[in-house]
Design a protein around this ligand. Structure first.
Ligand code: FAD
Length: 821
């Protein structure tokens, strides 16, 4: 039997090797048009980043090694240009010589993979634009990086684009990631992709979501200008296209083989094409999605290798079947892992399959064992409890949970089955109730209506139907953000305050940080006769589901490292100085700051305080806190956890409070803008401009109603909750819509004042604002108030920063002039 294989990489090489193991006598020839066979394309991004330093490690096999071990002829530089199914022949061109031969087969295996999509965007053929698909592509990118490229634009936020963004960042490039969809990693639901957005932003990747490339143009020699659909322009020394992959079906089409609606080659469950002597495997075939039984293209290495084995088994006379592709996948996003298996919400919705979902945020191992970090896991299942899909993100333990869930789905498990799984447990590795068991418990409660849950995306509908939202967290937690319109009763007070809750409301939706206390509250209320649902995944899920992608200014990594080195040498330690270590993992803002403050009170001058937190926001907060408290930030690291080491100064400063410490430079003026009354805002900007004129650095911190001053004039179309929409409509949109605090007189008084300002040459507010910004002043939008009032970043004018109380107090501490308006 003579077997020819088209394509010498994942599927082709695997099929050939398996066949040889089953049939020592078969003649096997593999044609590969490229220069390499069996190379590790999944490893390409990591050689770019220097994680796999030795390029030769990617070349897993060579034609020589395959000949020696398997007696298979791998002919590189040979492209199969045609198939004649009747004659059982292929035409092969030697790319080096241009000569062609016709070769005969008894069985043919097609594994030509796919090609990166290259849409007809103006300027796409410019120098400096490359995909990342093959070894030569990788070599081009490595050469550009070694040649001094400083700024890269990665187009496409799939797993290759995300991996490449990370690895280019590791090489200290400024990286902008452009994605036409509103999220990266479309195999995840938007609420789960939000964690990847946070991680990318935290590592200085500039994210441009919901914005496609309109054109490329060559700029000054060696640079490119990338113009986005929104009109934004990005400059780059290197552009990498990672927009997607299209199956290489041309050969099959010309040979008359059946092509499916997804444009992949149609194969049966034995991996046979419409011609019984031709098999096809890998990225080129259309598969059956295992859960939904729909047709799909799922280009992954695992399925390609398994299909190759099955095709070879069948050719060798065994009867083997392929049972579909689940799409189990995982990707590293800096320190975060994001994985998924089965169907996601978008697929189920598109196919009209009814489903329910729950999300939980447990620690990946017992909270009391050091280093516990949160996992975010979402389970999707049918109304009969059958598992449809799962997604997880986190710093540790994602692969384990996704693989367990993938296995469960493959075995046709239900929600009930998850509660029965007995999984490995010791404190460093898991919990007695593993997160997978927990998913089962929560989903079971949902299905049995013991504890009905509301998914974050359903919350708006519930509220529109008149539901009351009840926040059962502690007051200090709510300062980090609340869902607009919620009533707050901390869980410990709930039993005593039942009479405050209306019994005429159809339903009460409880929520806490991650869903657990919300569930306890739900059970209390249900047993007192209230109709209650719990917000699945609590505030954490809601925040993730409603967070929009934002752009980040890239923070050059080396600059940060330099800062840290400088600080490390800042002040000598007292000889008997001690180091106090605090574990603030599991706490959210302001928890880690409060713990830090507590430790400060107990330590002496020169002591070091090392704090570890799992809240990513702590990275920014700790710097502002250190500045405000006159502490040396000796070290600050961001990884799975945020760690920071601070040193108390040797000379005692007067107090631990923020405001009583004398300013360091005394050249700052801080104005907290709380109001949105026209008269007060005019006063605020007059003071700000005046302070700048006197040489002060001005920081204006806009909080609560004051945030409205920063809103854009025009209506920004973004998805909002019902309550947010109501709030948004009731509040003034920008500086041009403010009214007087007194004597507004249905607009008459306000217009009179504006007229008088014009008459006496007082600049309009917008001009005063611009002047503060142009003069180097800072506008800081209070993130907590933004959450509270449902104001999104996109609704605010350009040029502002977002920050919390630590940022504001840090600035206030730099001077003596602090106003509250
Ligand atoms: P390929 O591996 O693409 O092989 C096809 C081969 O056929 C090519 O070498 C091509 O040159 C050759 N060929 C095409 N046409 C002809 C012709 N007419 N004549 C002769 N030869 C021909 N998957 C994962 O599961 N996890 C990952 O982490 C992951 N990371 C990836 C990272 C990158 C950068 C890339 C590019 C892919 C990644 N993948 C990953 C996808 C995975 O590599 C593919 O799904 C897998 O390689 C598909 O195998 P295949 O044999 O179908 O195609």
């Amino acid at each position: 039997m003579r077997v020819l294989v088209v394509g010498g990489n994942a599927g082709g090489a695997s099929a050939a090797a398996r066949l040889r193991r089953l049939d020592e006598n078969a003649e096997i020839v593999v044609y590969e048009k490229g220069d390499y066979i069996s190379f590790a394309n999944c490893g390409l991004p990591y050689h770019v980043g220097g994680v796999i330093p030795d390029r030769s490690q990617l070349l897993v096999q060579t034609p020589q090694s395959m000949k020696e071990r398997f007696n298979i002829d791998f002919l590189t530089g040979h492209e199969v240009t045609a198939i004649d199914p009747q004659a059982h022949t292929v035409t092969v061109r030697n790319l080096a010589t241009g000569s062609e031969v016709v070769d005969h087969y008894d069985k043919l295996i097609l594994s030509p993979g796919g090609s990166p999509v290259r849409p007809p965007i103006p300027g796409i053929d410019s120098k400096g634009i490359t995909p990342l698909w093959t070894i030569p592509d990788m070599d081009r990118i490595v050469a550009a990086v070694r040649g001094g490229a400083r700024r890269a634009v990665v187009v496409g936020g799939g797993f290759i684009g995300v991996e490449l963004a990370e690895n280019l960042r590791e090489q200290k490039l400024d990286v902008a990631l452009v994605e036409m969809l509103p999220q990266v990693l479309s195999f995840l639901d938007p609420d789960m992709a939000a964690y990847a957005h946070q991680e990318l932003l935290a590592h200085g990747v500039e994210l441009h979501l919901g914005d496609g490339v309109a054109s490329f143009a060559e700029g000054t020699p060696g640079t490119l200008t990338v113009t986005l659909a929104s009109g934004k322009q990005l400059t780059a020394d290197l552009v990498v296209l990672a927009i997607g992959v299209r199956p290489n079906t041309q050969l099959a089409e010309h040979a008359g083989l059946a092509i499916g609606p997804t444009h992949g080659i149609v194969v049966d469950d034995h991996l046979r094409t419409s011609d019984p002597d031709i098999y096809a495997v890998g990225d080129v075939v259309e598969v059956e999605q295992f859960v939904t039984k729909s047709r799909a293209l799922i280009p992954l290495a695992g399925p390609a290798n398994r299909q190759a084995r099955i095709a070879a088994n069948n050719i060798a006379g065994q009867d083997d079947t392929y049972t579909g592709t689940q799409g189990t996948s995982i990707v590293k996003v800096f320190d975060l892992a994001a994985g998924a298996t089965g169907a996601n919400a978008a697929l189920l919705t598109r196919l009209g399959i009814p489903f329910r979902s729950v999300t939980i945020h447990p620690g990946q191992h017992a909270g009391y064992y050091p280093g516990s970090t949160p996992l975010h896991i979402k389970l999707l299942y049918g109304t009969d409890g059958k598992l449809f899909g799962a997604q997880a993100t986190g710093y540790d333990g994602v692969d384990k949970r996704i693989d367990v869930l993938a296995t469960a789905i493959r075995m046709g498990a239900t929600v009930d089955d998850l509660t029965d799984l007995e999984l490995a447990y010791a404190p460093p590795y898991g919990s007695a109730k593993d997160p997978v068991n927990m998913l089962g418990f929560v989903a079971q409660n949902d299905l049995t209506q013991l504890a009905e849950s509301v998914a974050p995306e359903q919350l708006n509908d519930e509220l529109a139907r008149g539901a009351l939202l009840l926040d059962v967290r502690q007051p200090e937690e709510t300062s980090c953000g609340v869902i607009p319109g919620a009533m707050t009763i901390p869980l410990p007070e709930l039993r005593a305050r039942l009479n405050e809750l209306p019994r005429d409301r159809k339903i009460i939706v409880t929520y806490c940080k991650v869903g657990l206390r919300g569930y306890v509250a739900q059970r209390i209320l249900a047993q007192h006769g209230f109709q209650v649902a719990n917000l699945s995944g609590g505030y954490t899920s809601w925040e993730a589901a409603t967070t929009k992608g934002i752009e980040a200014e890239a923070v050059p990594l080396e600059r940060e490292a330099d800062d840290q080195q400088t600080r490390a040498g800042a002040a000598p330690a007292r000889q008997e100085a001690q180091t106090v270590e605090i574990d603030a993992c599991g706490l959210q803002c302001p928890g880690p700051l409060l713990k830090l403050k507590e430790a400060l009170d107990k330590t002496g001058p020169g002591d070091l305080i090392k704090v570890t937190a799992s809240d990513p926001g702590f990275y920014a907060d700790v710097a502002a806190f250190a500045q405000g408290q006159h502490l040396d930030l000796v070290d600050r690291q961001r990884g799975k956890l945020v760690t920071a080491t601070l040193r108390k100064p040797l000379q005692t400063v007067p107090a631990q409070g923020f405001t009583v410490v004398p300013g360091k430079d005394d050249d700052h003026a801080t104005i907290i803008v709380f109001s949105n009354d026209l008269d007060k805002i005019i006063a605020a900007f007059i003071i700000a401009n005046g302070a700048q004129a006197m040489g002060k650095k001005v920081s204006m911190f806009f909080t609560f109603w004051g945030l409205n001053v920063l809103r854009k004039d025009e209506n920004v179309r973004i998805k909002k909750t019902f309550i947010e929409q109501m709030f948004g409509r009731m509040m003034p949109r920008g500086a041009n819509h403010l009214t007087l605090s007194k004597m507004h007189m249905m607009g008459l008084g306000t217009n009179m004042i504006l007229g008088l300002m014009k008459k006496y040459n007082v600049s309009p507010i917008e001009a005063m604002m611009r002047s503060v910004l142009d003069g180097g002043g800072k506008f800081i939008a209070c993130t907590m108030s933004m959450n509270l009032m449902g104001i999104h970043r996109e609704e605010l004018i350009d040029g502002i920063e977002e920050g919390g109380v630590a940022t504001m107090l840090g600035d206030a501490d730099q001077g003596h002039i602090n106003f509250f308006i």
